[in-house]
Design a binder for this molecule. Structure first.
Ligand code: SF4
Length: 75
């Protein structure tokens, strides 16, 4: 299992995470920021636990994020 965290309020809507893992990230039509699909939030911090097979794609997303608001770790 891995855990993905996004500090959404600092998202600039650049789409880099969507390109890396399109099943897990989507740009919101409401505010132009990216949504971590399926995640729960506490204030503007979104978190989800997902299977290990998502590691590579979401690591790429985290590395590509220009404002470094995507964090990923193994549980
Ligand atoms: S890569 Fe980062 S800044 Fe760009 S849309 Fe995704 S979360 Fe937002």
């Amino acid at each position: 299992m891995i855990q993905i965290t996004q500090f959404r309020n600092k998202c600039i809507g650049c789409n880099a995470c969507v390109e890396a893992a399109p099943y897990r990230w989507a740009i919101s039509r409401k505010d132009g920021k990216c949504t971590l699909v399926g995640a729960k939030s506490v204030k503007e911090i979104y978190t989800i636990n997902v299977p290990d097979l998502e590691w590579e794609d979401n690591l790429k997303a985290a590395e590509a994020c220009p404002v470094k608001i995507i964090h990923i770790k193994k549980l």
